[in-house]
Design a protein around this ligand. Structure first.
Ligand SMILES: Cc1cc2nc3c(=O)[nH]c(=O)nc-3n(C[C@H](O)[C@H](O)[C@H](O)COP(=O)(O)OP(=O)(O)OC[C@H]3O[C@@H](n4cnc5c(N)ncnc54)[C@H](O)[C@@H]3O)c2cc1C
Length: 418
């Protein structure tokens, strides 16, 4: 949708084919028992500049559509870090110096580490795992469990022992090192389909394009200088195609084209990581101490109180990112564990009316060191790849997906000029 909006903005007519009934993909709204949920709780950072710009371009209002919180990491009762209103990076250094739940030594180690990363301009001579980088910089196990592991899992959806240190540094560079607002956390007040893709579809149609839902791409074939797309509606000839499906579907669509053998092999070699969201519908009076907070060494990693975020009082989302023991539990047992955690941590004795677990087994690619991600440009001059898994600085995030789409749109626009 980012690619389509950008091309539409430049007056290039686009047609979007979406296989699902609804737009939004992994970041989409859904209804459950008359409550508006998302396909997993999402959070944006202030540094997601292009995503936020596109939301505004298609008619959103970032000030109203999000609850904006200054950087704060709170592991209930164990660790708390809050950034004061100081310019970056002083806000972070001050937050680390005053962090609750760390020894003085751990605080100084964390500050030393951040200063070392700044001196390196957040660039490593060679990639390694986050665990290796933390060990090199003397970050002990307690500091890792309270600060770096939650940050790494939230940003890369990959455990520290498998995660790329360079990609984590790219995120830290953009979120923590430029302006203070870059590290703000933005929690959506509206569902994700409304937030961007629905508005984007209206924008595309107002600019002469078309958006079809329940109409997926079935095959892509090269036809001389043009390229043919087969859908349930028949064959369509286009000058360019941007294939913006999830990676496994892109590999299926492209594997019939011999020139794309290398691209398909790169996609096939990506591993994936899950994200589980446990939604709990409590009575409306139930609330958490903050709109968002973490738990230390529990199944629930982050809790979101939708009452305080979107006005859906009593709706709590528990997010469990990356691989772990939770994947071995049946869903009702996992829900029972999360309910017990809420009782033990916050004294919530009410029983939820219902729970809904959304288990996205392939939520994101596993962001490991030196990953070879396919480029947006393919061996076919008129076929482009967009999506969070394509080459870029970012892990699998909304901003990564948007940047990839914009890159396709920019290059297609350049080509049309020549
Ligand atoms: C539970 C969960 C929580 C997350 N939390 C965050 C977060 O807090 N912050 C963040 O930045 N990122 C988060 N992410 C990651 C983020 O959602 C993704 O990086 C982003 O949505 C990827 O966008 P995409 O366009 O690359 O792919 P997708 O969103 O997967 O879009 C691909 C689209 O292609 C469609 N499609 C599939 N097959 C076909 C076909 N044959 N023809 C046509 N269309 C087809 C799909 O229906 C879908 O709409 C989360 C992801 C999940 C799953």
């Amino acid at each position: 949708m980012a690619a389509a909006v950008k091309l539409a903005e430049r007056g290039i007519p686009v047609t979007v084919f979406e296989s699902a009934k609804q737009l939004g993909g992994r970041a989409r709204g859904l209804m459950h028992n008359d409550m508006q949920l998302d396909n997993g709780q999402h959070l944006l950072l202030g540094c997601y500049r292009e995503t936020l710009r596109l939301i505004e371009l298609v008619g959103g209002n970032v000030g109203q559509d999000f609850l904006r919180l200054p950087l704060q990491l709170d592991l209930h009762g164990h660790f708390s870090l809050r950034a004061p209103r100081l310019p970056a990076p002083l806000h972070l250094l001050s937050a680390l110096l005053n962090a609750q739940g760390l020894t003085w030594r751990e605080r100084l180690d964390a500050i030393r580490f951040m200063l070392a990363l700044r001196r390196m301009d957040f660039h490593l001579p060679g990639d390694m795992t986050v665990a290796e980088l933390l060990a090199q910089h003397g970050q002990d196990a307690d500091l890792t469990l309270k600060l770096w592991e939650p940050l790494c899992i939230a940003a890369l959806n990959t455990p520290v022992r498998k995660a790329s240190a360079q990609v984590l540094l790219n995120v830290l560079r953009d979120a923590l090192n430029r302006t203070r607002a870059d590290s703000d956390m933005l929690l959506p007040r509206v569902d994700f389909t409304t937030l961007f893709p629905q508005r984007a579809a209206a924008y595309i149609e107002q600019h002469g394009g078309k958006v079809y839902t329940s109409c997926g791409a079935e095959a892509i074939t090269q036809e001389g200088d043009e390229i043919e797309l087969m859908t349930a509606q028949g064959a369509h000839i286009f000058t360019h195609i941007v294939c913006a499906t999830p990676p496994a579907i892109a590999a299926k669509l492209l594997c019939a084209i011999p020139a794309l053998e290398h691209t398909v092999a790169q996609i096939d070699s990506l591993e994936h990581q899950p994200i589980y969201t446990v939604y709990l519908r409590y009575p409306p009076h139930v609330r958490l101490p903050h709109p968002m907070l973490g738990l230390h060494q529990r199944y629930s990693q982050w809790l979101f109180d939708q009452g305080q975020i979107s006005g859906q009082h009593g709706l709590i989302a528990s997010v469990i990112s990356a691989e772990g023991l939770h994947q071995e539990l049946p869903q009702d047992e996992l829900a029972r564990k999360v309910i017990a955690e809420l009782r033990e941590e916050f004294g919530i004795t009410d029983t939820p009316e219902w729970f809904k677990i959304i288990a996205e087994k392939r939520a994101t690619f596993c962001c490991s060191p030196n990953l070879q991600r396919p480029s947006q440009q393919t061996a076919l001059p008129n076929l482009w790849l967009a999506g969070d898994y394509t080459a870029g600085d970012y892990p699998a995030t909304l901003e990564g997906a948007v940047l990839s789409g914009l890159r396709c749109a920019n290059q297609i626009t350049e080509e049309r000029k020549t």
